[in-house]
Ligand binder design. Structure first.
Ligand code: CP
Length: 316
């Protein structure tokens, strides 16, 4: 069993319930991973994903070893048939099977380059680990998706929503100084669509449409003020353009979520995957208000990872 997208999950609600059970009793599965070793490979930086997955593995009795491939490893080659007379030192065909000998599960973080959409959306790096490592592969955020984050987001909505109707969840684009991947937005839209227990509205400036493969269950509204009406949750996130790939097309500070924008909602709870650029994506007044549940959300990363890892261990 791999964990790359929501398509690897049979029952989202069961995974969420299991995560909340681990939250109530963190060591309930402490024997499950005994004698097993997990490798966490980072080709890009991380705070939450790295540490929450390590804590989750420890709670299950597993040994976790982190390898910062980008800083400490040989430069990897991913192109089939490459003549390796340049800067890459080791082909994934050689490295991945070795890693598969050392670990029972391999987890990988690999960001897109945002230069070539076809190349990024082919998910070459994570696909080649799946092809050559011969052990279960977990995405710690890939070129197009961030499934552990999305599971966390659903856990956080599930544990905080007290109504009996479906919550209205608005994913809003926000400004940023750097061109960021579409991963979090793609993945959140994909997971909430598959979950079916929330009404999802996505709002963004013109020409920031995401890949429609991920957003088919969402309502898309380009007026942020209209979208925010009666929202129970507002998920704030920047992404660079999918159609004009990797470009920043809008820097309008009016898209930042502040108290005036929040007043349009149903006293919405505010989500963000973090790290957040304060007073660019979200104002201090919102982040420091009781509406913000970003710390609770980040804390839930442990239980999402623990729930996924325990399912993989049970399937081995
Ligand atoms: N949300 C998230 O993935 O955080 P990190 O990049 O710090 O892991």
């Amino acid at each position: 069993m791999n964990f790359i997208s929501v398509n690897d999950v049979d029952n989202i609600n069961a995974l969420v319930e299991q995560a909340l059970k681990y939250k109530a009793d963190p060591f309930a599965g402490k024997e499950l991973g005994a004698g097993k070793r997990i490798g966490l490979l980072f080709l890009n930086p991380s705070l939450r994903t790295r540490l929450s997955t390590q804590v989750a593995a420890a709670n299950l009795g597993m040994e976790a070893i982190v390898f910062n491939v980008d800083k400490e490893g040989w430069a990897l080659e991913f192109e089939e048939g490459a003549i390796m007379n340049g800067t890459t030192v080791e082909h994934i065909k050689d490295a991945a099977p070795v890693l598969g000998q050392y670990f029972d599960i391999l987890c990988i973080r690999t960001f897109p380059l945002l230069l070539n959409r076809e190349a990024d959306y082919a998910e070459t790096v994570i696909s080649q680990f799946i092809k050559y490592a011969a052990v279960p592969i977990v995405s710690l955020e890939s070129a197009t998706l961030h499934p552990l984050q999305s599971l966390t987001d659903i856990i956080t909505i599930k544990e905080t929503f007290k109504g009996t109707r479906k919550p209205k969840v608005v994913l809003t684009w926000a400004p940023h100084v750097k061109a960021l991947p579409q991963c979090v937005a793609n993945s959140f839209a994909q997971w909430v669509g598959a979950w079916g227990a929330a009404d999802l509205v996505i709002t963004h400036p013109e020409r920031y449409e995401l890949d429609s493969a991920f957003t088919k269950h969402a309502t898309i509204i380009t007026s942020q003020d209209e979208a925010l009406q009666n929202a129970d949750y507002v998920y704030v996130k920047n992404w660079s353009s999918y159609h004009d790939y990797g470009k920043i097309l809008c820097s309008d500070a009016g898209w930042m979520l502040d108290h005036k924008k929040l007043a349009l909602t149903n006293d919405a709870k505010v989500l963000h995957c973090l790290p957040v650029r304060r007073n660019v994506e979200l104002s201090d007044e919102v982040l420091d208000s009781p509406n913000s549940i970003v710390t609770q959300q980040a804390g839930n990363r442990v239980w999402a990872a623990q729930s996924v890892l325990s399912e993989i261990i049970k399937s081995m």
